[in-house]
Design a protein around this ligand. Structure first.
Ligand code: HEM
Length: 369
């Protein structure tokens, strides 16, 4: 299995070739915890993450090397499994910096002004229990058990300091971050990730993804902002829509993913020729209609069982990385007239500041303290 280094200028899990599986988790710091608890938690998490991403147990004694009289350090379900391209990406939510006027971690002065709860959007149907959080962990891997193992063990390490607030499993990628990855499909059956920002596009990453120094506090330079939206897709309704109408809603054709203005999947959409509906998703989301804004999308398909009407609770766990949250906000507002909205409900929302990567021996977020 591929090993992606945990340490580096940027955290892994952003431009890393998108893995097939996701386990995402948001945590809240436990009541009564302070700055030292947060620092040691981040140190312990980084250490464990640096090991798990190499395909190792969370500690040297691990699952079976410790005392038989003590519970093992590592839970063991990844024993014998390779690293499986595991990446573990950490982020900080607005409430870590201030909650109810309190500042238990002494971070208020370091809060990036842009790190605020996302505003309400038209069509939101948010469940507060599956949104927000003080901390987030995005674990992506090509083996779901490896991604699960990472979140389970980080949750265990956090015991007494932070507790799991909500979590989400994603079973198939809906984007691509390198040119030689085939474009996957979302649950509407359309190719998703065609026009994404790719890992080798240094200038687009600089322009649209990484927080430049001088833009907010210095600890975040080289980091990013992660927007999380759990978007339920009303797939049974969608499945009764005529194919031509499905294509019109997206602005691309279902088979090839080519823009309806013509060409192949990677042809640029032409909006002047009339082939693409102005209220289609691709038209409203395109940089030409959003002051040049681009985002790096890294979402996953999800299904969480079904409701008692026999409808699947399925959708897109939308993850996007961008250099400032207001760019996402403006883009999401442009989508308020999207033809696709009839088939979508946003049920979860969160925003996290993603610090830059840690250098070997240090920990993610060290620049904050
Ligand atoms: C493009 C689906 C939500 C932003 C696309 C494409 C599809 C798609 C099929 C065309 C292929 C591609 O370039 O990837 C969906 C579905 C969504 C969803 C099913 C919800 C379940 C969002 C949201 C945003 C967004 C919430 C941002 C606020 C974009 C952007 C593009 C895009 C920026 C590329 C446009 C371009 O440059 O041509 N989406 N999308 N999408 N989507 Fe979405």
């Amino acid at each position: 299995g591929t090993v992606h280094p945990f340490f580096g200028a940027h955290q892994a899990g952003i431009t890393t070739p998108v893995q097939d599986h996701l386990q995402f988790a948001a945590f809240d710091m436990a009541a009564g915890t302070g700055r030292d608890d947060l620092v040691t938690l981040l140190q312990d998490w980084s250490y464990a993450a640096s090991r798990m991403t190499r395909g190792l147990d969370v500690s040297a004694t691990g699952a079976v090397g410790g005392s038989p009289e003590a519970p093992p350090d590592d839970t063991g379900e990844a024993l014998g499994l390779p690293a499986s391209s595991l990446t573990i990406t950490f982020g900080f939510g607005p409430t870590l910096f201030e909650r109810d006027g309190e500042d238990p971690f002494g971070l208020a002065a370091h809060r990036p002004p842009a790190l605020e709860r996302l505003p309400a959007f038209l069509g939101d149907d948010l469940d507060p229990a599956s949104g927000d959080g003080d901390l987030c962990v995005q674990a992506c891997a090509d083996d779901p058990q490896v991604a699960f193992h990472a979140i389970r063990n980080l949750t265990r390490i956090a015991f007494g300091r932070a507790r799991l607030r909500w979590s989400q499993l994603g079973f198939g990628r809906t984007s691509r971050t390198v040119a030689d990855q085939a474009t996957p499909r979302n649950l509407f059956g359309f190719k998703d990730g065609t026009a994404n920002i790719l890992a080798d596009d240094e200038s687009a990453l600089r322009e649209h993804v990484w927080v430049p120094s001088g833009d907010g506090p210095s600890w975040l330079a080289g980091g990013s902002y992660l927007v999380v939206r759990r978007i339920a897709m009303l797939i049974e309704t969608w499945d009764r829509v005529r194919l031509a109408e499905q294509n019109r809603i997206v602005g691309r054709d279902k088979g090839e993913g080519a823009p309806l203005s013509g060409g192949d999947e990677f042809s640029a959409p032409e909006f002047a020729t009339g082939g693409i509906d102005a209220a289609s998703h691709v038209s409203l989301a395109h940089p030409d209609h959003n002051g040049g804004t681009r985002i790096l999308r890294r979402g996953y398909n999800y299904v969480d069982g079904n409701n008692d009407l026999g409808r699947l609770d399925a959708g897109l766990f939308f993850l996007s990385y961008q250099r400032s949250p207001d760019r996402f906000v403006a883009l999401q507002r442009s989508l308020s007239t999207d033809l696709m909205n009839e088939y979508l409900r946003h049920t979860g929302s969160a925003l996290f500041a993603i610090p830059p990567g840690a250098s070997e021996g240090s920990f993610v977020g060290a620049g904050l303290f």
